[in-house]
Design a protein around this ligand. Sequence first.
Ligand code: ATP
Ligand code: LTN
Length: 339
Amino acid sequence: MEQQATAVPEKKQRILSGIQPSGTPTLGNYIGAMRNWKLLSDEYDCLYMIADLHSITVRQEPAKLRQQSTQLLALLMAIGLDPEKNVLFLQSHVPQHAQLSWVLNCYTYMGEMSRMTQFKDKSAKHSDNINCGLFTYPILMAADILLYQANLVPVGADQTQHLEICRDIATRFNGIYGNVFTVPEGYFPKFGAKVMSLQEPTRKMSKSDPDDCFISMLDNADNIRRKIKRAVTDSDSSIAYDPENKPGVSNLLTIQSALTGESMDAIVASYEGKGYGALKSQLTDVVIDTLAPIQDKFNQYMNDKAYLEQVWRAGAETASRLADRTLSKVMKKVGFVAR
Ligand code: ATP
Ligand code: LTN
């Protein structure tokens, strides 16, 4: 009799992404990255990391860094990432990131790093602390991704260059030693891949900028209302999507489209004959309605410190096990003597 073949479940592709605990996540982080982490989490095998090692490329206050890291874990769960289905972990809990990063440093050129726009921006912003970590930041990020053989990396548009360099490093290493690393692809949202600052709409919204420039995911309704009210628009009063000539208004429209899922055309049409006041008031409601349920869940998780600890410990263990496989292979290929 013919034997019945048992269906082998197809192996899911893997995702890795990260966010720095350098402040409270903003609407930019949410729309550009975190929201997609949730959307992709059923289809992929996902690891989401709190990039605390990256965050010390800019000076951090130790007590605040600890608090922001814990809050970030609670926020990841509050947006719906189930720690049973996704590996949630802190980068500093998995030493393999720093180990692989060193090796990759030796396969990356100074010229490549000096072209990175984030390095140029951040060294201009922190001219008193242009440290080597800021310079080699993208190499650590490449290590984060390559350690887990990730296929897909959901990030905002500001990370395109870093992802490209990660692909270059992986391809270079594979060219010398054979197929060691999976060369990853980026995943960027269609709308809101780059949410702009409310005060300087030609620059990206950033959680480490002054408070009025961003809406944090933990801002209360009054703060949200005030910040949107004060957001920079422009001198004429027509509502149109024109990022070049009307960056402020276009940014507000982008946020509305990203959060409601409505097309830009439909949103612009809905404001015909109306002024900026209508846009700002409508957007305020949309933002509050989006964030309120997340904030409720966040508060519940923050009140259960023991559970948070349990989650980050389990996450570190799983991540470490996976990371070890790649790191051992790399050490062998490079020619280090096995211990
Ligand atoms: P910092 O201000 O400390 O540099 P950041 O706010 O730029 O931090 P990161 O932690 O570096 O945020 O980024 C986390 C994720 O959020 C990344 O995928 C990044 O691309 C995305 N992201 C950050 N800012 C924006 C933005 N303004 N619009 C869309 N996506 C963004
Ligand atoms: N540099 C990223 C944060 C980050 C990251 C990663 C994102 C650190 N390691 C690995 C994706 C994959 C940023 O968003 N600024």
